[in-house]
Design a protein. Structure first.
Length: 166
């Protein structure tokens, strides 16, 4: 961090500390966090895209109804899913691929870990509106529309990184 100068055979000496040198580690951490967020979002897009395609192919009236009830429910906590990822988890359930579900759970945990402190989230109403829009495309079997809407939904955090990250 540049606070100490080590001189072999002489000792350690405290360097003059400037305000800029104090902020350098924070700036570096934010840069690294931004890269991590981008990589997680890119991975989420890849996973969720495959999940959406399989979910559209394998959709059943029962699962479509379950997702619809969830999206229109005022008591989302009553559903047995992680409240931050319930919609995506239900799509994975509808896709029916256990490996994709495990990978999705892993990437969701990485997202939680990366955004658990100092991170502001969009409102639940805003997120639900996006989920409803994606779901409409899934229900009408509009694969390209669903994929593009999911990509936009997930990329939102990268586009607004500087506003969200405190």
């Amino acid at each position: 961090m540049g606070f100490l100068e080590i001189r072999q055979g002489s000792g350690c000496y405290v360097q003059e500390v400037s305000l800029a040198s104090l902020f350098l580690p924070i700036k570096e951490q934010l840069y690294n966090k931004r890269i991590l967020i981008e990589e997680i979002v890119e991975t989420r897009i890849a996973l969720e895209s495959e999940i959406i395609q399989l979910a559209i192919q394998r959709a059943t009236p029962v699962m479509l109804d379950k997702i619809n009830r969830y999206l229109h429910s005022d008591e989302k906590e009553s559903f047995d899913y992680d409240p931050h990822f319930a919609f995506e988890q239900m799509l994975a359930e509808m896709a029916g691929n256990r490996i994709l579900i495990m990978m999705q759970n892993l990437i969701h945990q990485l997202w939680r870990d990366a955004t658990n402190t100092g991170w502001r989230r969009r409102s639940l109403d805003e997120r639900n509106a996006e989920h409803l829009d994606i779901f409409h495309s899934i229900r009408t079997k509009d694969v390209q529309g669903a994929l593009e809407k999911m990509r936009q939904h997930l990329w939102w955090a990268v586009e607004r990184f500087d506003d969200l990250n405190i």
